[in-house]
Design a protein around this ligand. Sequence first.
Ligand code: MEV
Length: 329
Amino acid sequence: MLDSRKVTASAPGKTILFGEHSVVYGKPAIAAAVDKRVYVTISPREDHLTHVKIGDLGVSGFLDLKNQSIELENGSEMQRGILEYVMKALIKAETVDSVDVDVRLDLPIGAGLGSSAAITVATIMAAASFNQIALTNESIANLAHQVELDVQGAASPIDTSLSTHGGVIYLSKNPQKLVKLEISGELPIVIGYTSTRGNTGELVELVRQKKEARPEVINPILDSMEAVANGARQALIKGDHKTIGLLMNINHGLLDAIGVNTEELSKMVFTARNNGAMGSKLTGAGGGGSMIAYCPGREEEVVSSINQFERAFKINVAQNGVRLENPQE
Ligand code: MEV
């Protein structure tokens, strides 16, 4: 008989405020969970197949969890990757075939909000609950990071940590030692994003090659990024707008120096500054994708100025990380 278990878990996306790329080399980074979530629902099937549907992306397919293979039903070959995150997440939570997985995205695609990490984290929690396995948030974050490493190669634990724990997090060399930053009030941050997306794996590799070829040039830049993140940590806690803005501008320059900036990103970065942002920078891997602007009291002006040629919105911090949406069922 078909059992009636149906579990939904959700997890927030994230945006990196300081320290992308340098975090790959053990430097600190600061990121915020964003109140745009993904929802993963797992329910039983009568046959022995596992089906995944991500309606918002037009992607679906059958998974064979035993043999770890994917049969794409809808979507492009490039989108197959997202089903891999789901498959590996289901396996980490000890799922056996015969489940339906429905993924709903409440976050804009391509805005650099870490949708694959959020999907991975929410899938692990939903599947663990479905399989009646108790997992701490630390284990969920660890398992999700392993999935990211498996699927995309080099990755820091930043995305999976934020989707799991929520809030604003300072992440240092030891990912077990996350520090949640207590920030008073809202973070006055706007995200702008372009339709072109950078490939995170390729951009991380590009920086690695530069570092290898010219360590005497690149290492001091990574050290500066570390100093920027540490300064920003204090400034964020104090609510020191001027310093936060200044450090964002410096961080953008340093990211440009390591080759991950683009003309489109810079156009948004400078438009934000010209319309009242105290600081702005690209965020995430770069090479396209998104930027953030720190604009206390000027959020609306900055959003509408970027919206003239790209897309932008104001973020709110999600204090809650991964959670079950129907724990009583
Ligand atoms: C990508 O969102 C952030 C990078 O630092 C890569 C990573 O941390 O895994 C570029």
